[in-house]
Structure formats: C-alpha cells, structure tokens
Design a protein around this ligand. Structure first.
Ligand code: AMP
Length: 218
C-alpha cells in the first residue's frame, strides 16, 4: 500500500503513522523528521531548511522533492510506504505524481486526519517527545503525561519539546497549513483517493477507524 496522510499540525499524523507503519510493516516517511535529522546533521539541505522551519513556513520545494525522490526510489519503499508531511502544497503534489509515474507507481489512498481547529494549538503546545530517536515516544502534558515529569515511560530518556512547537510559531504553522496544504484535500478528492478519518478522541479508536477505512483487519 502507498498511503499519504494529510492533516493540520497537531492532528496526530505522526502518532497514527507510527502505529500504522508497525502494523503494516511499511516505512513511515515523515518530511518533518527527515528535515529535523538533516538540520541536526548539518547537511547542506538541513542548513537551508532551518531558516524556514524556524519561521514556521515551508522549506523550498526542491529540497523536499530531492529528499523524497531518493527515498521513494530506494529498496526500502518497494513494497509501499506511508507519507507524512509531504506533499505540503500543490506544486509538491504534482511533482510527487510525476515521480510516482516515473516509478510505475501511484498512491493507493490519501487519509485526511481531521481535527477541529479549537483543539490544535493546545495539542501542539503540550507535546513532548522522547529524545531517544530509537524510541521517540510522544507525550502530552495534559492528555498523555509521562509517569515521571520530563522522562520517557518506555526508556527513561529525557523528553524534549520541538523548537517549533512553541506558541509563537504555532500560529504561523497553522496559517501555512490553511493557505498551502489544505487545497490538497480538494486535489485528492478529485482524484477519488481521499478518505477522511476523525482525529479526535481516543487514540485506539482513531487507529481502529483508520484501519477500517484502509480495509485492514485490526
Ligand atoms: P512537521 O514536523 O511536519 O510539522 O514539519 C515541521 C516543519 O518542517 C514545517 O513547519 C516546515 O517548515 C517544514 N516542512 C515539513 N514538511 C515540509 C514540506 N513538505 N514542504 C516544505 N516544508 C516542510
């Protein structure tokens, strides 16, 4: 299966994609994670991306297209993939279409993880992640707090907050989503690929609805 996730920042794409990736044994390709790794490693793409990420706006298309060309052509993706965060605007969506055609492939389904605006800011600003990359468990100060404040329940590593999950940047990220990414809902609806799943409520229930819409047995 070749699945693409759409949804606003804070909709819970990362959490659900990780679970789906484990369930279907498919690679989870998160553009945000790939960019943060590039920033941390100080690669040329990372250095270029950082100034945009620090402002909550989109990194230039060519950086992302190059990154995903390499990933999607790799053996890791030969049985399918779960895309999270790419494409993020119409021009990236068209480039992805062309790339998949060149690989004799195409998307199976696009999932729109839908969450009411009123929940998003609180969800994002309370989010903390385990700093151990191999674990990367996600917590929320109010909705899913760790047992010991600041420490991961699974591996006891320190929890970290993403630099762009601070309130002053969240507004910019939500505006970027509304202006540039939301039009993709229409784009994939017209291609008859879009399925909307509610991202509100209990994580297990959301995951079960997701499996149902993908026609995968729980
Ligand atoms: P995310 O973790 O998906 O919220 O992404 C964090 C930041 O990375 C975004 O605010 C953007 O600056 C950048 N980013 C992630 N995906 C893309 C993309 N497809 N195109 C451009 N910028 C992106």
């Amino acid at each position: 299966m070749r699945i693409l996730f759409l949804g606003a920042p804070g909709a819970g794409k990362g959490t659900q994609c990780k679970r789906l990736s484990a369930k279907l044994s498919l690679p989870h390709l998160s553009s945000g994670d790939l960019l943060r790794e590039a920033v941390k490693a100080g690669t040329p793409a990372g250095v270029q991306a950082k100034e945009y990420m620090d402002k909550g706006v989109l990194v230039p298309d060519e950086v992302l297209i190059e990154m995903f060309k390499e990933k999607l052509s790799s053996a890791e993706c030969k049985n399918g993939f779960i895309l999270d965060g790419f494409p993020r605007n119409l021009s990236q969506a068209k480039s992805l279409d062309e790339l998949l055609v060149s690989l004799n492939s195409g998307l199976s389904t696009v999932i729109n993880l839908d969450v009411d605006d009123s929940f998003l800011t609180e969800r994002i600003c309370g989010r903390w992640t385990c700093g151990n990359k191999a674990c990367a468990a996600v917590y929320h100060v109010k909705f899913a707090p760790p047992k010991v404040p600041g420490k991961c329940d699974v591996c006891s590593s320190d929890l970290t907050q993403r630099a762009d999950d601070k309130e002053e940047l969240v507004k910019a990220r939500l505006n970027t989503y509304r202006e540039q990414t939301e039009p993709l809902i229409q784009y994939y609806t017209e291609k008859k690929l879009l399925k909307t799943v509610s991202g509100e409520g209990d994580q297990d229930a959301i995951f079960n609805n997701l499996l149902q819409s993908l026609q995968v047995t729980a």
